[in-house]
Design a protein. Structure first.
Lengths: 257, 658
């Protein structure tokens, strides 16, 4: 693959903290290699800003290999930028060309308030998991791992749902700021496995109740979430969640927290 | 004198005996005891969850925005367990033996045997939590092979095993948060340990959102803060991975053991330029199916696919016929370096070798699939197509990642790989209870030194993290806290808290007042280069001595010339980073001192002065059969204490993978 260098204009959202308003700032970067990752381009910009005595741009990032779910930039109107099935940290500058202007914003959702610049507070996701995104099994009383055979197809489907990295791109892409793809991925992961059976009904009801409480919107099946999900979590998980939710609702003995 | 507190008795009975006789805390008393856990990776999250389940009042801390982000999440290939589901001769003893041998006989027998024993419980626990491990068509758990081993004992979930295990532990942790047994503190970084009457009784943490220092009491403090590979700047660690919690504990009296034992992982995506911020691992599991080679001709400029079979040197298969591509990591890394140094490297930088899947894609998977589908005499194209499907299922996420980073399709052309810093076997010294040399301060997972000797085998880090958190600390912590039940929670207005916080505050103010001209990043890069060049894959006396001086100079320069923008009482990632780099600048010196002191080669520590005629690591058991535990005596002044290693069951020999 041919390597090339480029000069770019960046329009980046700057916001001091949750209390203050924010605005776009314009920056120029030059000699950006096509081999760099998108975040390495931001490293170059921040080094430049610090040397000029200016405030660098705060952004969330950690593993830089597309799995921790921490990076979260809304790039040119799309969560995680132009590449399909890719987190911001795995997006590489090959996706851009010399002279491009790139607009970078934080996730926009009421349930994800801005902390600073491009950093948002996603603790609402942790609270949704706390509402039932687990199997209640204490350490030490498990039976042999091979005692319950699980058809490969179900195990594979559960794994595909469990691959969610909790980045929040689905929420950022959704015009209603719904967290349903995230939530349905967890419900599906556990509902597809026999271990998850015992708490199946409460799980769906309680997690949805928590999602509503956090201020996420409802799902209107536009599919934007699936289109931008860096782990390609399928929207069929939402259909499964709806079945789980309805079935739980019909059963009058299901307890809500 | 360090006491490892290894229980008496036969090796295989020690842990059972310990569990049968250790002190217990009754449920009513557990509710009165507070425990601090630093870090929420596999070790920290599993410990916090398991202790919360038991009824302790746990406070858990992570610097990320959620406990689910901890870097265990990036572990790819798998987790070992002595289940012997494959009927291929595995056993607790064999896992124990492989781990000791893989560690080049520099680990404690008792700890490693316990690890092998509880490995089977880990798999059961994770399955019960709903961890979606790979399964066979019959619905039972599948296994793959890893380096340094001749059985299939590695459980996995595609190339995302760490993610799935961490999500399991995270969910267990969040369940305890919901039940009120664990209080979670995200975006908090531990700054110091608070000592009262000679015992660890709390921490000072910095709230990374508003920069405020906060005080927390605990009857005991558990560090599970991960490894220190980022001292090299470029590593497979996450950007935020740091040594700070362990280092501050070291400054409070916790011995640091075997700091020079670093694992350089053989299969990582090579460095592409100066802009590089981190290196990406390509799982060791790929060596199950990928064959490593370089051209037989030096400086060969042909493309990989244009080099005919007979002109390729499968140097691992040539040098180590018994283990082939699955030799341990230290051996594979050195072999790659040897070939590149000799002029056989590939790619633009010539600092890379090929990892090629074509052979197994066609001959192993393609043919098996064709058989399954009853296709007679399939052509190559069909075999490639069928094989690709299987390879995709096994390693799809890794292949995708490789393509995004390099722009090359590894299904078509061989991957280019080179060794990179990956894991640190060294860490805080702990006894059999996982307690450091500071009373009441425990250390789990990669942050401690205990189980992997001088080289960790693949898929054993996840095993150790979860063993420590789910199955060891719940017993050993109880054994300690049983004597603490009458201690009332100490108010954080206590003088020890106030004074420790004042010191932390002073250090932060000092950092912020420098206002020099150079960025934190530039210092970190320079430190990394010194470490990689002189304390990396090969080390020698002269280089190490130079490195020590260079690090001292760099540290001085840092404290005079670093520039940290922004303020203290606000979110300030540059300040967070500066504080971590300042600790790396001290640790780096100790690593070089340790490497200098250990004038032998063992595992990942390769002293050029000590090698066999064919270039393998040469140990000197008569002189170095000990754990090097370094005690800090004052500003940059250390004293070495040696914990002798007594092998009662295994007889150390020269490792042989031929």
């Amino acid at each position: 693959m041919e390597h090339y260098n480029m000069n770019l204009t960046l329009k980046v959202w700057k916001q001091k903290n949750a209390e203050t308003g924010g605005k776009f700032e314009t920056y120029k970067v030059s000699n950006i290699s096509s081999e760099m990752s998108f975040l390495e381009m931001f490293d170059v910009l921040n080094e430049q800003l610090i040397r000029e005595g200016k405030e660098p741009i705060a952004f969330d990032h950690d593993c830089r290999e597309g799995i921790c779910g921490m990076c979260s930039m809304y790039i040119n109107g799309r969560p995680h930028g132009p590449w399909h099935g890719t987190t911001t940290c795995q997006l590489h500058m090959r996706a851009f060309k010399d002279g491009d202007t790139i607009v970078v914003e934080p996730w926009r959702a009421n349930a994800f308030p801005v902390v600073k610049d491009l950093i948002v507070d996603r603790s609402a996701f942790d609270r949704i998991i706390q509402a039932g995104g687990y199997i209640s099994v204490n350490t030490g009383n498990a039976q042999d791992g091979n005692a319950i055979p699980i058809p490969k197809e179900n195990a594979d489907k559960a794994f595909a749902a469990a691959a969610c990295i909790g980045c929040g791109a689905c929420v950022a892409a959704c015009k209603n700021s719904s967290a349903l793809l995230f939530l349905s991925a967890k419900v599906s992961h556990l509902a597809l496995l026999p271990q998850g059976e015992a708490e199946r009904k409460e799980r769906a009801l309680n997690m949805i109740a928590q999602m509503d409480k956090e201020g996420f919107g409802s799902c209107t099946n536009t599919g934007a979430c699936e289109a931008v999900c860096p782990k390609e979590i399928e929207i069929t998980n939402i259909a499964r969640l709806n079945r789980e939710y309805l079935a739980a609702g019909w059963a009058s003995d299901t307890k809500k927290h | 004198m360090l006491d490892s507190k290894i229980p008496a008795g036969k090796l295989e009975d020690k842990w059972t005996e310990y569990k049968g006789h250790c002190k217990l805390v009754n449920p009513a008393n557990k509710r009165k005891l507070e425990v601090i856990v630093i870090g929420t990776g596999l070790a920290g999250a599993s410990a916090a969850a398991a202790l919360g389940e038991q009824g302790y009042q746990v406070k858990a801390f992570c610097f990320q925005d959620s406990p689910r982000r901890a870097h265990s999440i990036a572990a790819q290939g798998g987790i070992n367990a002595a289940k012997n589901y494959q009927n291929d001769g595995d056993s607790v003893f064999r896992l124990f033996y492989d781990t000791i041998k893989g560690g080049d006989y520099r680990a404690r027998e008792a700890n490693v045997h316990r690890l092998a024993e509880v490995s089977v419980n880990i798999i059961d626990q994770c399955v019960a939590q709903g961890v979606p491990f790979a399964r066979e068509y019959g619905g039972l758990l599948n296994n793959r092979s890893f380096g340094g081993v001749q059985v299939k004992r590695t459980f996995y979930a595609a190339g995302q095993t760490g993610q799935q295990l961490l999500i399991g532990a995270y969910q267990a942790l969040e369940r305890q948060v919901a039940l009120g047994n664990v209080k979670m503190y995200n975006r908090h970084e531990m700054q110091d340990v608070v000592m009262i009457d000679g015992k660890a009784r709390g921490i000072i943490a910095r709230n990374l959102i508003n920069g405020q220092l906060e005080r927390f009491f605990g009857h005991a403090v558990i560090l599970a803060s991960g490894g220190y590979g980022n001292v090299f700047y470029l590593s497979t660690n996450a950007m935020g991975s740091n040594v700070t919690a362990a280092w501050r504990a070291h400054k409070k009296g916790a011995h640091f053991a075997n700091p020079c034992f670093t694992q350089i992982h053989p299969t990582c995506i090579p460095v592409s330029g100066d802009h590089q911020s981190k290196l990406t691992l390509m799982s060791e599991s790929l060596r199950n199916d990928g064959r490593i080679w370089v051209p037989k001709k030096q400086n060969d400029t042909r493309k990989a696919n244009d080099i005919p079979e007979e002109e390729r040197d499968y140097y691992l298969e040539r040098r180590y016929p018994a283990f082939g591509n699955l030799v341990p990591r230290d051996v594979a890394s050195r072999a790659a370096k040897e070939r590149c140094d000799a002029g056989y490297g590939v790619g633009t930088t010539k600092q890379a070798v090929y990892l090629d899947f074509k052979y197994n894609l066609i001959n192993k998977y393609g043919k098996a699939e064709a058989n399954k589908h009853g296709i007679q005499n399939p052509d190559t194209e069909t075999l490639v197509r069928l094989g690709k499907e299987v390879v995709k299922e096994e390693y799809g996420n890794l292949f995708d990642m490789y393509e995004k980073i390099t722009g090359e399709n590894p299904y078509e052309v061989p991957m280019r790989i080179y060794p990179a810093v990956h894991y640190t076997m060294g860490g805080l010294w702990v006894d059999y209870n996982l307690m450091t040399s500071v009373t009441g301060l425990f250390c789990l997972g990669e942050a401690n030194f205990s189980d992997h000797g001088a080289n960790r085998l693949g898929a054993s880090a996840l095993m150790q993290g979860l063993a420590d958190g789910y199955f060891v600390i719940p017993y050993t912590l109880g054994n300690y806290l049983a004597d603490e039940i009458s201690v009332k929670p100490i108010p954080t207005t206590d003088r020890a808290f106030v004074e420790t916080e004042a010191k932390v505050n002073e250090r932060i103010n000092r950092l912020m007042s420098i206002q020099g001209t150079q960025t934190v990043e530039s210092f970190h890069k320079r430190l990394g280069k010194i470490m990689w060049d002189k304390c990396g894959m090969a080390r020698n006396e002269q280089g190490l001595k130079e490195a020590i001086q260079e690090i001292r100079d760099l540290r001085e320069d840092f404290w005079k010339n670093v520039r940290i923008p922004g303020g203290i009482h606000e979110m300030n990632p540059e300040l967070d980073k500066a504080s971590r780099v300042a600790d790396f600048l001290e640790l780096g010196e100790l690593m070089c001192m340790d490497a200098l002191e250990r004038n032998e080669s063992c595992g990942g520590h390769f002293r050029e002065e000590s090698q066999t005629p064919d270039g393998e690591a040469l140990r000197h058991d008569d002189q170095y059969m000990y754990v090097s535990a370094w005690k800090l005596n004052g500003e940059h002044s250390w004293e070495l204490e040696k914990e002798p290693l007594n092998y009662e069951v295994i007889k150390p020999t020269q490792r042989n993978y031929k």
